[in-house]
Ligand binder design. Structure first.
Ligand code: PRP
Length: 209
């Protein structure tokens, strides 16, 4: 059995549909209910739903052989996994945003609110800019409105959340999308099976382009 960690939620539905189209279907996953693990012996696959930000942990530690994680999570936590394929799903970007009237004279320490402290530190470190990082766990957009921070580093997809909170993107840091990842040891043991899935998914990605 190949253990596959899928990100629970809207992205996960699309990811599973891609595995299904690639020939690795598991019909029981579509049955209503709250079960989290599904197997198809014929295809030798076992899928399980985990919180999107936890996929890389399962894969890094080998509880899953492969999984699908956002590039944001891979950049932030730098798990020791192989990144095998860009699935071209869940496309968005990591960006710096600020209130529309924000002016940065570049002199003061910049207060940056974010969930992605490693990405923010790397980005501003590269610019040689001193920052004060304020780690938050959600509703990041509120921080500059209430004066908790000057800017935010967060994911922007449609831009609606920023717009409705009178913020705007001032810099794009990096484009983000969902990636197929593999456990390093598992990739050696189960190489043929993993490469077969990788190739079939790649054909799906190209078919959608
Ligand atoms: C992200 C991000 C923004 C929103 C951006 O949150 O933190 O709040 O999506 O999307 P938009 O540009 O289309 O408005 P997400 O929904 O991933 O949940 P989170 O609050 O748990 O991070």
């Amino acid at each position: 059995m190949l253990n596959i960690a899928l990100p629970k939620g809207r992205l996960g539905e699309k990811v599973y549909a891609m595995f299904e189209a690639a020939g690795f279907e598991c019909p029981s996953i579509k049955e209503p209910g709250r079960k989290l693990i599904f197997e198809n012996e014929e295809n030798q696959v076992r899928y399980f739903w985990v919180k999107p930000s936890d996929v890389a942990i399962y894969v890094e530690r080998g509880a899953a052989d492969i999984g699908v994680a956002g590039k944001d999570i891979l950049l932030e936590y730098e798990p020791r996994v192989y990144e095998l394929l860009d699935l071209n799903l869940g496309k968005c970007r990591m960006a710096v945003a600020a209130p529309r009237d924000f002016y940065d004279d570049g002199e003061k320490t910049l207060r940056v609110a974010t969930k992605f402290t490693n990405i923010a530190a790397g980005y501003y470190g590269g610019l040689g800019r001193d920052i004060d990082i304020i780690k938050l766990n959600g509703s990041i957009e509120i921080a500059p409105i209430l004066g908790l921070s000057d800017v935010i580093v967060d994911i922007v997809e449609t831009g609606t959340t920023l717009k409705e909170n009178d913020l705007e993107v001032i810099e794009t840091i990096v484009p983000i999308s969902a990636r197929l990842i593999a456990n390093k040891a598992g990739f050696q043991f189960k190489r043929a099976q993993i490469e077969k899935i990788q190739q079939s998914l790649k054909a799906q990605v190209e078919h959608h382009d």
